[in-house]
Design a protein around this ligand. Structure first.
Ligand code: BMA
Length: 708
């Protein structure tokens, strides 16, 4: 046991006698050491301690190897009896009644009688009470209750994530202990069924197949002890505002704070929860396994009552790595080494973890690893979930996002720069240039800078000015991921979920995130908000005609009007069409097809809008050539700015197409929309919410034309 610890401690002590060891070395993902007790080379030494893997450095995080207790420590005094845990099992919903079993786990100081009560906190009604005899030590009792005509818990976009609050009380002659729990009544099932193509992977919520729209979540800080309540609130609000209904808590981070899951419960965000194992092999000895067993029991018990808890996943990419990343060869494993390591893997992820989830969770599904198959294998597109990294790692063009669509896209992504204000907060102004060492230190991917520029050249023109470069890098990222999301949603129900890499950042870095470390939305997050709407209009070119899809996540049919217009960049209309449609519930379908001929592709666009009773359900714009081939005109944008209670209301108008209008101000604030295309003759209203600055806003406007 000691020897394994020694390995990590030595690394820490090289930095002097600090409690906190700080390294600025690049990720050591493929670093290797010999495990003294096993004589097998592991891909990475960090796996010997149960510590958040990303803190040893990742391709979006610096290496800050912290030490010490970082969560609250408290002493709790009690008398006679106390509630150790409450497990709430939703047995069934039959004839509009939810049947629920509560398991009280009670610690008692002696043998004694007590009452167990369950109280509906909204009415203070006692819903059930039982008299039981406690023995000294830990006791377990089941008490049932029902909820008639329950209001169901739904995900964001589908309805209210209704929560009931119940109190659970144990009362002896001399003491009372009480705990409160939020209950969401819902059924949730992960359907993995062989079908004519491969094997499905989708979630049924309250009996309905629901398409998952979300992102991969990483810890919000390299020093997670310092994450404030307001940062949690702000981040989950940003996910909700972008129409997300699922987040994947990725396995290289931390089991999140209770607040995270509470916010997901309240906001209808389902949680795909990885156990904290990522991209590495883990020891299989007795001590390690025992430690992991304790950890798993604790985490499953902690999370099992949350209605947001959707799926447990054993690890991130270890199965894929073992079969596809060449470890066995590059680390020189003998047949014996390989057999031993794979047996350890199977014991942990296919025996220990699923057995605990099965016995202690509230019927949550478990998968051993994400993805099911590596993206180079053909099965990755036909069965289970896939991490598609052909774009970025494989350097394939963005168009491949439209071809490589699997059953559930649990990872794919592209990098973009963080907001200029965020960069300014950590770099000197002299370092705001592409070749600065300080800037490059905020890029943890070995080829990150190169790849951003390479894809920029393919789709856009590369600006010389640094701020323009930052802005275009964000557009490239948003452009690529929008393409991916739309393709995934068009492929519904073949594909039933899309979680891009990554929602957020743990420090101010250049990364795949859509929201930067300071919580500022990059262009990507604004694009995602539109691409994840309840309704989506999307396009696919096939043999010189444009197919117009409407994707609806609504669970009922919708009568709506589709307006289509082809205009040139000065606003001259070439063609238009209005159609009244009945949009099929929970579907993706082609509703219209338009021949592409008779106009110049480089200075025309197709604008589409879906309305119902005067309300816009969705809108989108299709360009017939990539951005760098567009003949953009020089727009004249008029702004009308009015002061409001929380900030300003801005009305914008343009004489000619203004592509990717980027609004910014000197102080801080949040624009309700940004990086949008402004069409000639159309008015656009944007709200600016100010946080605390009272200075003049001095609003600036940039557009793609100015950077070309
Ligand atoms: C995914 C993740 C992370 C990584 C990201 C970007 O596969 O699981 O390991 O940060 O790719 O490379």
């Amino acid at each position: 046991m000691f020897r394994k610890w020694e390995v990590d401690c030595k690394a820490l002590l090289t930095e002097g006698e600090n409690v906190l060891a700080v390294h600025f070395t690049p990720s050591e993902k493929m670093d290797s050491i010999r495990a003294a007790n096993q004589k097998i080379t592991f891909p990475d030494k960090r796996s010997f301690t149960r510590k958040a893997p990303y803190q040893s450095g990742w391709d979006w995080a610096p290496r800050f190897v912290t030490m010490g207790i970082w969560k609250l420590v408290y002493l709790r005094s009690w008398k006679d009896a106390r509630i150790e845990d409450i497990r709430i099992k939703q047995d069934s919903i039959v004839n509009d009644t939810a049947w629920i079993t509560t398991v009280f786990e009670i610690e008692s100081s002696k043998t004694q009688d007590c009452f167990l009560s369950i109280i509906d906190e909204s009415t203070s009604d006692l819903v059930n009470k039982a008299r039981v005899r406690l023995g000294k030590g830990l006791n377990s009792f089941s008490v049932d209750f029902t909820i008639s005509n329950p209001e169901l818990w739904w995900t964001n976009g589908l309805g209210e994530p209704h929560l009931y609050q119940f109190g659970f009380m144990v009362q002896t002659n001399r003491s009372i202990d009480k705990k409160y729990k939020n209950i969401g009544v819902r059924t949730l099932e992960l359907v993995q069924q062989p079908d004519s193509i491969g094997e499905s992977f989708y979630f049924n919520l309250n009996g309905m197949p629901v398409f998952m729209k979300g992102a991969n979540y990483v810890p919000q800080d390299n020093f997670p002890a310092g994450i404030s309540v307001s940062r949690y609130n702000r981040l989950i609000k940003s996910a909700v505002d972008a129409n997300m209904n699922m987040l994947r808590v990725w396995g290289g981070g931390i089991y999140e704070d209770d607040l995270f899951y509470d916010l997901c419960d309240k906001n209808g965000i389902l949680v795909w929860q990885d156990f904290m194992f990522a991209c590495n092999l883990y020891p299989g000895d007795k001590d390690f396994t025992k430690n992991v067993k304790h950890e798993t029991i604790e985490q499953v018990k902690k999370l099992r009552n949350h209605p947001s808890m959707a799926l447990w996943c054993g690890n991130n990419e270890i199965d894929e790595a073992w079969h596809n990343w060449g470890w066995q060869k590059s680390l020189g494993y003998s047949v014996g080494d390989s057999t031993k390591l794979w047996d350890d893997y199977l014991n942990l992820f296919e025996k220990l973890l699923p057995t605990i989830v099965d016995s202690l969770s509230n019927q949550s599904p478990y998968i051993s690893s994400s993805p099911k198959n590596g993206w180079g294998r053909k099965e990755s597109l036909t069965e289970g979930d896939i991490h598609y990294w052909g774009v970025w790692w494989g350097e394939e063009p963005f168009e491949m996002y439209e071809k490589k669509v699997g059953r559930f896209m649990s990872e794919y992504g592209f990098q973009g720069f963080p907001d200029m204000k965020t960069l300014r907060s950590c770099l000197d102004s002299t370092d705001l240039k592409l070749d600065s060492k300080a800037l490059k230190n905020h890029q943890k991917h070995p080829r990150g800078m190169e790849l951003i520029q390479d894809y920029m050249k393919r789709e856009y023109l590369v600006p010389k000015d640094f701020e323009d470069y930052n802005y275009v890098s964000q557009l490239v990222q948003a452009y690529g991921i929008k393409k991916a999301i739309e393709a995934h949603r068009r492929a519904k129900p073949y594909c039933m979920g899309t979680l891009y890499w990554q929602l957020n950042d743990s420090w101010p870095g250049i990364s795949w995130s859509g929201i930067d470390y300071d919580g500022r939305w990059k262009a990507l997050h604004y694009f995602v908000k539109k691409a994840y709407g309840d309704y989506l209009i999307s396009f696919e070119e096939k043999n010189d005609s444009l197919q117009i899809f409407i994707v609806s996540d609504n669970l009922t049919d919708t009568k709506a009007e589709l307006q289509l217009r082809i205009i040139d960049f000065e606003g001259e209309e070439y063609w238009s069409e209005n159609q009244v449609l009945n949009i099929t519930a929970n579907s993706s379908k082609v509703y219209f097809s338009k021949e592409i001929n008779g106009f110049s592709k480089s200075n025309h666009l197709l604008g589409a809008r879906l309305t119902s009773n005067g309300k816009t359900l969705a809108s989108n714009i299709y360009y017939f050539v990539p951005p760098k081939e567009l003949q953009l005109p020089s727009p004249h944008i008029q702004k009308e700015i009015t002061k409001t209670k929380n900030g300003y209301s801005i009305v914008l108008k343009t004489d000619k197409l203004a592509k990717n209008v980027f609004l910014s101000i000197d102080g801080d604030g949040f624009f309700s929309d940004n990086y949008f295309d402004l069409l000639p003759g159309k008015e656009k209203k944007v709200d600016l919410i100010r946080y605390k600055d009272t200075t003049d806003i001095n609003m600036k406007t940039n557009t793609l034309f100015n950077t070309f």
